[in-house]
Design a protein around this ligand. Structure first.
Ligand SMILES: Cc1ncc(COP(=O)(O)O)c(C=O)c1O
Length: 390
């Protein structure tokens, strides 16, 4: 098979959030390199495109139910890939992972209830809790010998006040694939304090070949999992996601909220989930993609460590997001943003929305062709030299 990452798509001019959003949302000029939002510049697996083309040719685009075949596809995928036994009737459709998390919070907690997160974490985790008028309890991750770990004392303190814990597994932005031991302690604490665990596993299928994702639902039968083939197969714009909720009474409450919000799949969502999760060609493609991502990530980290030694990077164990500490560069987060856009000509995801500790950080998306990443590093090297940030 040819390299997947080297055959990038030209996304500029396709109304892509990542590329065209720079001008439309932030009024930045064309030469700024977009290494931010979490999708990648490649075509999805050819077998998925084929299935969607055949669905398009059918001409049948009426209101659509979440199909039994799609529910079974999720069940077979979790069984095969993660050793988790999923009853297909426990799988609900969701029009995105963030909407799924939001609907679960609305269904299973009340205004004013506590919800725990672990910052730095994907910004919508903060926003969906506060936006739903629940109280946010942060149990920040800690850095131990250059690696992010859970702070179990902080987690237990936060759980004392909370009804729910939103776990990001693998974690965006720090890239940790939580070990079975770590997840067992999470389960133990949540059970002790009667806290519902909701696990966002959207990056799980991009776990690098040298690591192993543990589906936390294996350790506790009541965990609710929210996921999608969207990151693994780069089909985020299809909004084809799902919720696995084994507990019947909770499922009924979630369905009630979903009905209120008119959650229904597009006619392409079933097709995409089935094609991604049941066609062996898609699985082989994914195997190659994760191998290439791990190699590309290692190469980029090496370049940064050699040529930009003032930056500290946290080596991810999954996906394509690299969390970079810029604290040695003497600029505030606002000044750094301006410097990156106006002088370096680079658009990264600023760390501040990930939580207070993210102020000194930027998140770089390495899911594009190598030349663009090399260009980004060269721009950073030349501007750090020019500004004497060395
Ligand atoms: C951890 C995590 N959850 C959810 C999402 C977004 O999911 P969706 O677009 O399906 O709402 C992302 C996207 O970057 C993510 O990183």
């Amino acid at each position: 098979m040819k390299s997947i990452l080297q055959q990038t798509l030209e996304r500029k001019g396709t109304d892509s959030v990542k590329w065209d959003g720079l001008e439309r949302w932030f009024h930045l000029s064309e030469d700024v390199l977009p290494l931010w939002v979490a999708d990648i510049d490649i075509r999805t697996a050819p077998s998925i495109s084929e299935a969607l083309a055949s669905k398009a040719a059918s001409g049948e685009f009426g209101y659509t139910l979440f199909s039994r075949e799609a529910q079974s596809a999720v069940s077979s995928w979790y069984g095969r890939r993660h050793g988790l036994d999923v009853d297909p009737t426990h799988v609900l459709f969701s029009s995105g992972v963030v909407p799924g998390l939001t609907h679960i919070v609305e269904a299973l907690t009340a205004v004013g209830d506590g919800v725990v997160i672990q910052s730095p974490v994907y910004p919508p985790f903060h926003e969906l809790v506060t936006g739903s008028k629940r109280e946010l309890f942060d149990a920040p991750l800690k850095i131990v010998e250059g690696r992010y770990e859970m702070d179990f004392d902080a987690l237990e303190d936060a759980m004392r006040h909370a009804k729910m814990f939103l776990l990001c597994s693998p974690h965006n932005p720090v890239g940790r694939v939580w070990t079975e031991e770590e997840l067992s302690r999470v389960v133990e604490l949540a059970n002790k304090h009667d806290v519902i665990i909701v696990a966002d596993e959207i990056h799980a299928d991009l776990t690098y070949p040298s690591f192993e994702h543990t589906a936390i639902n294996k350790l506790d039968p009541n965990v609710i999992t929210v996921s999608a083939p969207s990151k693994a197969f780069n089909i985020a714009g299809l909004f084809a996601s799902y919720i696995i909720c084994p507990e019947e009474s909770w499922r009924k409450r979630i369905i009630k909220v979903q009905n209120k919000h008119h959650v229904l799949p597009t006619p392409f969502a079933n097709t995409a989930i089935i094609a991604a999760y049941t066609d062996p060609r898609a699985e082989r493609w994914l195997q190659q993609l994760t191998t290439e991502l791990e190699e590309q990530m290692a190469a980029i980290i090496e370049r940064i460590q050699t040529e930009l030694p003032m930056l500290t990077v946290y080596r991810p164990e999954a996906s394509y997001l690299l969390w970079i500490d810029f604290s040695s560069i003497p600029l505030s987060s606002e000044e750094r943003k301006k410097w990156l856009h106006d002088e370096v000509r680079l658009f990264l995801s600023p760390g501040t929305p990930f939580g207070e500790s993210g102020d000194d950080f930027e998140r770089m998306n390495i899911g594009t062709r190598r030349e663009l990443l090399d260009e980004a590093i060269e721009r950073l090297v030349s501007q750090t030299k020019r500004n004497a940030f060395v």
